[in-house]
Design a binder for this molecule. Structure first.
Ligand SMILES: Nc1ncnc2c1ncn2[C@@H]1O[C@H](COP(=O)(O)OP(=O)(O)O)[C@@H](O)[C@H]1O
Ligand SMILES: [Mg+2]
Length: 484
């Protein structure tokens, strides 16, 4: 065995989860407390200590895992072990999921619940579900049936999340005592708070260090400042770690468990596109400091809407967006042709569409941005009908579930083209799904709800409303749509 040195010292709630042996545990808390790191370190330790452990890192979709937990896993948890050759990555095959293989025979599989076949046919000793509020209780029960490999002395489902609504099923499951709930806080993360002497300036009492005091680090101060700038339900959940729902939420009907659909895959694991005969629409909400949002929609056989691709990005010009948009829907092909005059084969390059051309591109009203977009793409646009209250009412109708639990509006999972680093860093919604939970009505100083939504973090939800208006509104505004 090669030797390597790996350091990790968990504190507070993170230490509790690290040491807990029961069969089902959830660590919840605000953003950045070290929850995911603690869960991953635990997986790593179990795999190192017990040969032939089978572990699984799981999230609702495999793609979302790649940009979060796996980054921490590679950069912090297994870094030294991988460099020492103690752990190697194996990219998977049609029968096996991607995985990290330990020299002692332990394996850590990687997967998303959107591609369950390869991961769920196996048995495990320890399963870590990241952002467990995203999954359904059925998913959780299913995962639990796979926990029976019995290589380790305890079999465990370990989960982490930022808090969600106060009536979320996972929170209720903790209240019922089925899941052990461990709370973590910012002081648990040594990157944000370091141990100090009781008399040091800014010392805060904290139970889980020898001196009994910690103070905020430079990095910690910067991070807490970002969190302090959040508002509404994001502030309560990500800064304070509270399980709360937004007050006066506009789209109460929206429930990710019903309205966010997984993609389907073929036997080889390739994502199946939506049927080419489904009509397409694009909706654009321009912005530079606020996100520019462009969303792609397909209309299913019963008129239901599927949003299947989203650009949600700040600090880029319309021309930059236009070129990215066209590269997403077209490709260059080379065809050969025979030049009779010169008697030789030649090739020519052509741009072809790789998916249906939209029936309409619906935009917010900024004329200059629209013109730029039209010039850069060669595509015409129309104005959105922006009557807010009518739009919200109609969109709520689409979100409502019928007896069969079907809606008339869906978001496809992981449809974001690229995560905006600015939004991610500032913990602002990175896509429309994240906007739905925080889109609220204005409240007047005397506490009454007003008939107007708060105009904040609404760029993606607005696009959905514009398309619903375009398709469902039967009023007069349509007549004026074509004038500029
Ligand atoms: N005990 C620790 N020692 C060193 N770094 C830590 C520790 N706990 C967390 N971190 C670092 O802090 C950052 C945030 O941790 P993370 O686990 O992603 O937080 P959360 O999942 O609570 O949002 C990560 O880069 C992680 O490596
Ligand atoms: Mg995390």
């Amino acid at each position: 065995m090669t030797t390597f040195k790996h350091e990790y010292a968990p504190r507070g709630g993170c230490r509790e989860v690290f040491e807990y042996r029961g069969e089902e545990v959830l660590v919840s808390g605000p953003a950045g407390t070290g929850k995911s790191r603690a869960c991953l370190e635990k997986l790593f330790m179990v795999c190192m200590l017990t040969p032939n452990t089978r572990a699984l890192i799981l999230r609702k979709t495999q793609t979302s895992l790649g940009s979060t937990a796996l980054v921490t896993w590679r950069n912090f948890v297994i870094k030294e072990a991988e460099a020492a050759g103690e752990v190697v990555y194996y990219g998977g095959s049609s029968a096996e999921p991607p995985q990290y293989r330990f020299r002692n025979g332990s394996k850590v599989m990687i997967g998303g619940l959107d591609k369950p076949v390869r991961i769920m046919s196996s048995e495990y000793d320890i399963v870590y579900i990241q952002e467990a509020t995203e999954i359904t209780i059925t998913d959780l029960e299913f995962v639990k049936t796979r926990l029976r490999n019995w290589q380790t002395s305890f079999q465990q489902l370990i989960m982490d999340c930022n808090p969600a609504g106060n009536k979320h099923w996972l929170k209720l499951r903790c209240t019922d005592g089925k899941t052990k709930l461990i709370e973590s806080r910012h002081e648990d993360n040594p990157r944000l708070f370091e141990e100090c002497a009781p008399e040091a300036p800014g010392a805060l009492a904290y139970w889980d260090v020898p001196s009994g005091y910690v103070k905020v680090t430079d990095r910690g101060a910067a991070y807490i400042e970002i969190l302090d700038n959040l508002t509404g339900v994001r502030y309560k959940r990500l800064r304070l770690g509270l399980w709360v729902s937004a007050e006066g939420i506009v789209y109460e009907e929206f429930d990710p468990a019903h309205h966010v659909l997984p993609w389907e895959y073929d036997d080889k694991g390739n994502q199946l596109p939506l049927p080419a005969e489904w009509p397409r629409y694009w909706v654009i909400d321009f912005g530079y400091v606020h996100p520019f949002v462009c969303k792609w929609y397909a209309i299913g056989p019963d008129g239901e809407i599927y949003m299947y691709r989203e650009i949600h990005m700040t600090h880029r010009t319309v021309a930059e967006h236009a070129s990215q948009i066209m590269s997403l829907v077209t490709k260059e092909v080379e065809t050969e042709w025979y030049d009779h005059f010169n008697r030789t084969m030649r090739t020519k390059k052509e741009i072809v569409w790789t998916e249906p051309v939209p029936d309409a591109i619906i935009c917010d009203h900024d004329l200059e941005d629209r013109r730029t977009f039209e010039r850069e793409t060669g595509l015409g646009t129309i104005k959105a009908i922006k009557w807010v209250n009518q739009g919200i009412d109609l969109h709520k109708e689409r979100l409502k579930l019928n007896k069969e639990k079907e809606a008339r509006f869906y978001l496809m999972a992981d449809s974001l083209v690229e995560v905006d680093p600015y939004l991610r860093e500032n913990l602002m919604p990175i896509n429309t799904e994240e906007e739905y939970a925080g889109y609220v009505w204005k409240v007047s100083p005397d506490g009454r709800k007003q008939n107007d939504p708060v105009k904040k973090d609404d760029d993606g939800v607005d696009c959905d409303r514009y398309l619903t208006m375009h398709l469902d509104f039967k009023g007069k505004a349509r007549a004026t749509l074509l004038d500029y």
